[in-house]
Write a protein that binds this ligand. Structure first.
Ligand SMILES: [Zn+2]
Length: 53
């Protein structure tokens, strides 16, 4: 992930919010995929399916 590259400097209010990966089971293939807490959906690395929260 490269979310830090979006900003040269972080707002002070954003420092306490650190995205963390959640592991959700892909409905398409049954494998665990990372879904970061600052993203609403992710693509499964295995089958390419979209995983939403
Ligand atoms: Zn999958």
């Amino acid at each position: 992930m490269s979310t830090e590259l979006k900003y040269k400097g972080k707002p002070a209010c954003a420092e306490k919010y650190v995205p963390v990966p959640e592991y959700v089971v892909c409905p398409g293939c049954g494998k665990e995929a990372e879904l970061w807490s600052d993203e609403e959906q992710a693509a499964c690395a295995c089958c390419g399916g979209i995983i939403g929260r």
